[in-house]
Design a protein around this ligand. Structure first.
Ligand code: IPE
Ligand code: IPE
Ligand code: MG
Length: 248
């Protein structure tokens, strides 16, 4: 047996990468531009990142696009952000579909404008048979709210007598989240230098590696993604266990 072999998994691509796309406003302010311009440039960074993730063989890419708490921003900014989502789906859906990207959406849809709900459904429906990259759009998403939704779904089943309260397990909660079939993120990247989760994937992040990069989101690109993945490869994931030992 070789001494201290590096486990094969150290070179494996993270299967699921999630990104908190932050810093659009600061990117714009630093250039004397309106915040909306930062958001527009952020969509371009998103396009590049989706393309790069597909080419790099990442299977799932989750992007935090609008948080449940972002409603507290000025209404003009909310209008800008909703407009950008509309435009992103209208302009990019055909290309995403052609690249065999499967679109999924997590978050509370009931509070969204009917046309946005319809666009999100259309994106999911059109791309549901695709098998390359799964792009998970977290929109009007908050992790605490998602966990509450899971609890409510379970409560309905308990009320209906379909399951016993004693069947409540962590797995059962996981199975009732918004996209229960997705693997947990291996890597969560946050741009802009902030080091917090801001209510993103709290349940699923239990054993994710967190990488914080100073880059503002509009400047994020393939090289930045590769840099974050290189950092991920330097981490040692233990999941509460011990590192694989040789010769024992
Ligand atoms: C991220 O950029 C986009 C959203 C939260 C929708 P921000 O708008 O949060 O930019 P900063 O953090 O103010 O720079
Ligand atoms: C998190 O960024 C939400 C998104 C990136 C969509 P925020 O900019 O809203 O987070 P805080 O307010 O700095 O924690
Ligand atoms: Mg921010």
């Amino acid at each position: 047996m070789p001494q201290n072999p590096i486990p094969l998994s150290a070179f494996a691509m993270p299967r699921h990468v999630a990104i908190i796309m932050d810093g659009n406003g600061r990117w714009a302010s630093a250039r004397g531009l309106p915040r909306g311009e930062g958001h527009r440039r952020g969509v371009e960074a998103l396009r590049k990142t989706v393309r790069a993730a597909g080419e790099m063989g990442i299977s799932y890419l989750t992007i935090f696009s609008f948080s449940a708490e972002n409603w507290s921003r000025p209404s003009s900014e909310i209008r800008d952000l909703m407009g950008l989502l509309r435009r992103f789906i209208r302009n990019d859906l055909a290309e995403l579909h052609q690249s065999r990207v499967k679109v999924r959406v997590i978050g509370e849809r009931d509070d969204l404008a009917p046309d946005i709900r319809q666009l999100l459904e259309e994106a999911e429906e059109l791309t549901k048979g695709n098998d390359r990259l799964t792009l998970v759009v977290a929109f009007n998403y908050g992790a605490r709210q998602e966990i509450a939704r899971a609890a409510a779904r379970i409560a309905v089943k308990i009320n209906a007598g379909e399951i016993e309260p004693s069947a409540m397990t962590a797995d059962l909660i996981g199975q009732n989240l918004d996209a229960p079939d997705l693997p947990d993120p291996d890597l969560i990247i946050r741009t802009s230098g902030e080091q917090r989760l801001s209510n993103f994937l709290l349940w699923q992040a239990a054993y994710s590696e967190l990488v914080f990069v100073p880059t503002y989101w509009p400047d994020f690109d393939r090289a930045a993604l590769e840099g974050a993945i290189a950092e991920y490869h330097r981490r040692e994931r233990r999941f509460g266990g011990l590192i694989a030992q040789t010769g024992s």
